[in-house]
Design a protein around this ligand. Structure first.
Ligand code: ADP
Length: 623
């Protein structure tokens, strides 16, 4: 059934009712832009310089056009010299001058526009790289509390908006601010008294425009609200179309809908009339002012205080000023939208990154961990679910070179232990130590470099197999990659591919099987040659041949290094040096398979359940 509750209606009808997002100030936006243009300041100066000369060109053109009028009138025998104060060159000279002005102005426009566009593109490109570099250095915690899809689509939209603004609007804005100032100065130079009169006419025009604009917007919004009621009815009725039909209520619904349309139509017609009225009111004030100016100008000309050419120039400069003012007002709205995008970008840039290289010890690149690790009374819950303690009093000590298996029902916290190990999260209570030092003493980048993970779900990046294997150690040579592939039992399938190591995989490349992926991940880990290896077991999805190949490769990899195996199936961990049984976030049993099985405790119950084909989920409820 359709949910026709008042809340639902409100949510459909009243999106505008939500509080507006706060925006960055224009100053913050400008600072961001200038910051991104760092290194290209000279280009910016050149752009603004040419812009200013271009604007000057426009103003000179206007004055020149006035001269042409005066020159024409004086050729016709009219005295426009105003007692010798206004000597004009001949028509041809002024014509040539106008042409020259146009060429210079266009050249300047070309330079400033291309520079501004280039700067905008560069700033947006730099912003993209900076944001990406920043994002990938944010802690995992950030990504767990953010919807990634939302984040990336919103971010792309925000950057596109900023790019658009920087390429087009910023130049238009700067240009029109200067144009407005320049044109107003020119008005006063041409005729101080007419210029003064213009200033007097501005307040009534602006006041009437603002007042009318606000009223039009308010009335239109209220009409739109009524229209949204009709969409609620459409949604309701279509969702509940079965009920409508079984009650044979089609005519009733059609009447209800017509009623809503009528409700909308009456005020809509009224608003249309008002709207036309307001527009005419604005035009009335505007044209009154123009007529006032023309009347006053004509009187000035008749009294010999102004030449016809200067008056022509004056009116043209007025058009320039009015156009610039109008564009600036329009741009303000767009800058407001940009303010929201800028704020979101700035907020994201302000998120604290992981300190990848900080640490009280700074091991050299060749130094290695011995591979001992200790969890001591560790407590942890995920920031997004503070009410669930995932680990509580978790103790585990692993000696260098030991192969330890972590078992337990799903949800017991096994993967969480590996997250803590890689310091994707840090314990809230207790401590994690490597080589008998707190984990926090080591720089994160180095520490993570000491460990490798063969995950359950292997993700291959778009690129070649060689690139994917080299992900374990970027910069590895072709021979090293090949050797790693051999050791990982991956070589024989890679060799059979037509392009071998250069085969493209991922979304647009060839699809390779789960077992093959696993072996690529193992090759990655072999290349990385870690002190500590974490295996998230995934043999369950493999056929027996693949399982044997993967197992063989793993055996080679785990030899002589500390290995933590997250085991989802118990029969694969019998060979482990030690098994730690995890239950409700703590280790409840520890020992070899034989000892634990004989003891007949929780581990035995898990084994028996697996043997009987019972899922580990049910074991949690009834061990
Ligand atoms: P296991 O690997 O043993 O199946 P996990 O470590 O994945 O267990 O999960 C332990 C508990 O933590 C589960 O209750 C799981 O729902 C919860 N959990 C895992 N990851 C997150 C996360 N990113 N945010 C919130 N809760 C999580």
């Amino acid at each position: 059934m359709a949910d026709a509750s008042p809340e639902n209606r409100a949510s459909i009808a009243g999106d505008e009712a939500q509080p507006a997002e706060s925006s960055a100030t224009p100053l913050q936006a400008l600072r961001l832009y200038l910051d991104l243009c760092r290194g290209h300041r000279l280009r910016l100066v050149v752009a603004v310089g040419h812009l200013l000369v271009g604007i000057l060109g426009h103003l000179v053109f206007v004055v020149g056009a006035g001269w042409l009028v005066d020159s024409t009138l004086s050729t016709l025998g009219l005295d426009v010299s105003m007692g010798g104060t206004r000597e004009r060159p001949g028509i041809d000279t002024v014509g040539g001058f106008l042409f020259l002005t146009m060429v210079v102005t266009l050249y300047c426009t070309y330079v400033d526009m291309s520079r501004f566009i280039e700067l905008g593109e560069r700033a947006a490109g730099r912003l993209r790289s900076r944001l990406f570099g920043h994002l990938i250095e944010l802690p995992v915690r950030f990504f767990e509390s953010t919807r990634i899809g939302d984040l990336s689509s919103r971010l792309l939209a925000d950057i596109a908006l900023l790019q658009e603004t920087w390429i087009n609007d910023l130049r238009t804005y700067v240009k029109n601010v200067f144009m407005l100032v320049g044109a107003v100065i020119l008005l006063f130079v041409l005729s101080p008294s007419l210029g003064g009169l213009v200033l007097l006419t501005v307040p009534p025009i602006v006041a009437v425009s603002l007042w009318s604009g606000a009223r039009i917007r308010r009335e239109s919004a209220s009409v739109q609200d009524r229209l949204s009621v009709t969409s609620v009815i459409i949604e309701e009725v279509l969702t509940a179309i079965r009920s409508v039909k079984t009650f044979a209520n089609e005519a009733h619904e059609a009447r209800r809908f017509q009623g809503a349309i009528d409700e909308f139509l009456r005020p809509a017609v009224r608003v249309a009339r008002h709207r036309a009225g307001y527009v005419c009111l604005i035009l009335l004030v505007l044209f009154s002012c123009i007529i006032l100016l023309m009347w006053f100008g004509s009187r000035q000309i008749a009294a010999g205080h102004l030449t016809v050419g200067d008056f022509t120039a004056f009116m043209s400069a007025l058009v320039l000023a009015a156009t610039a003012g109008g564009l600036l007002a329009e741009l303000l709205g767009r800058f407001q939208r940009m303010g929201g995008a800028t704020r979101r970008v700035i907020e994201l840039l302000d998120e604290t990154e992981e300190a990848l290289d900080a640490g009280s010890v700074q091991p050299g690149p060749e130094e290695r961990l011995s591979g001992s690790m200790t969890f001591r009374d560790v407590g942890f819950h995920y920031p997004s679910r503070p009410e669930v303690a995932v680990l509580e009093g978790f103790d585990l000590e692993v000696k260098p070179g030991e192969r330890i298996a972590l078992v337990g029902p799903s949800g017991a916290g096994k993967s969480t232990v590996t997250s803590l190990l890689f310091r994707l999260h840090d314990p809230e209570a207790g401590e994690l130590r490597f080589d008998d030092r707190p984990a926090t003493d080591f720089p994160l980048r180095w520490l993570r470099g000491q460990m490798a993970m063969v995950p359950q779900e292997v993700i291959l990046f778009g690129g070649t197999l060689a690139e994917n294997i080299a992900y374990g150690r970027p910069g590895a040579s072709r021979e090293e990659i090949e050797e790693a592939a051999r050791q990982a039992n991956a070589w024989e399938f890679i060799e059979r591919l037509p392009e071998g190591l250069d085969t493209r995989v991922g979304d647009r490349g060839v699809q390779i099987s789960g077992g093959q992926r696993q072996r690529i991940a193992i090759a990655r880990a072999i290349l990385k040659d870690p002190a500590i290896l974490v295996l998230d077991e995934a043999t369950s999805s493999l056929d027996s041949e693949n399982e044997r190949l993967v197992q063989e490769a793993l055996d080679g990899l785990t030899r002589s290094r500390t290995t933590l195996v997250i085991a989802h199936r118990l029969r694969t961990v019998r060979e482990a040096d030690r098994i730690a049984v995890l239950r409700d976030g703590r280790v409840v049993e520890e020992g070899t398979h034989g000892v634990l099985y004989e003891a007949g405790g929780y581990y035995r119950a898990l084994c028996d359940a697996e043997g009987a084909g019972i899922s580990d989920q049910s074991v949690v409820k009834s061990p």
